[in-house]
Design a protein. Structure first.
Length: 257
């Protein structure tokens, strides 16, 4: 692991979507941030803030209107194949093949990433255990609960053990125990040097997990830094209060910090 290496570097990233009658929507408004190896960076924001659009651009599913980004040293526009090989991407709309079992899903996606033989078998068993999926490994996905499907989706995304993880609301649909296990899993991955960028709207989750945070609203980053830095900058004692302070200021036209 290269100490201090920024596995995600975003510079002036902007995304504009065309609308009816020539109107345009600026979903991402020139944001810049970075996430290092061995770090969890959380993107917070209300619905429509631009979180998912940002993550999809970094995963090379959308092209930016302007700006640049590197993922594990690879340019998202010029080296998209290398970017995809270097990351785990969990989308909020990830689909699973209903007739395949959890184990078969992991095996299938492992083969797509070039894994074969004993290395694939060992990795599948490892992921099943890490995400506590042994009890339903042989159950077709169509019969799984929402939380179980979410764990399969996470497992599918990390089966090739990439250095960079981009996760869109990874605990969505999980019950309290499953969400807690997922957070423990993310902490363990960080401790192994993974670079983890994820979005959430759960303030307590962000407080307990994130080394640094970015608060996104209307496509702009209104604050970023450690939890203590954001609370100090906003004169608040809790992350939720800091978040509300920044969002309310944005409606009054103040410039992001």
């Amino acid at each position: 692991m290269r100490n201090g290496f920024s596995s995600i570097q975003v510079s002036s990233l902007r995304k504009i979507f065309p609308g009816p009658r020539g109107q345009e929507t600026e979903a991402v408004a020139g944001i810049s941030f970075s996430c290092k190896e061995g770090e969890i960076y959380g993107l917070l924001g209300p619905n429509g803030a631009g979180k998912t659009t940002t993550l999809r651009i970094l995963a090379t599913l959308l092209h930016p209107t302007s700006g640049t980004a590197l993922v594990h040293g690879f340019d998202i526009a010029q080296e998209s194949i290398q970017v995809r090989k270097s990351l785990a991407f969990l989308s909020s709309t990830t689909g699973l093949y209903p007739r395949l079992t959890a184990r078969e899903i992991l095996e299938f996606f492992g083969r797509l990433f070039g894994m074969r033989g004993s290395a694939l078998t060992q990795r599948v068993e490892e992921v099943l255990h890490l995400l506590d999926m042994d009890s339903f490994a042989h159950v077709p996905c169509e019969k799984l609960s929402t939380g179980m499907k979410q764990r399969v989706s996470i497992g599918r995304s990390i089966i090739h053990d990439p250095p960079v993880w981009i996760l869109d609301e990874p605990t969505s649909g999980l019950d309290v125990l499953a969400a807690a296990k997922t957070r423990d899993f993310l902490r363990e991955a960080r401790n192994r040097g993974k670079c983890i960028l994820f979005s959430t709207h759960i303030m307590s989750e962000a407080e307990s997990l994130c080394d640094r945070l970015g608060i996104l609203h209307e496509g702009a980053l209104w604050a970023q830094g450690s939890l203590e830095e954001i609370k100090e900058a906003t004169g608040t004692r809790h992350l939720e209060d800091a978040f509300l302070h920044l969002i309310r200021n944005s409606s009054e036209g103040e410039v992001p910090t």
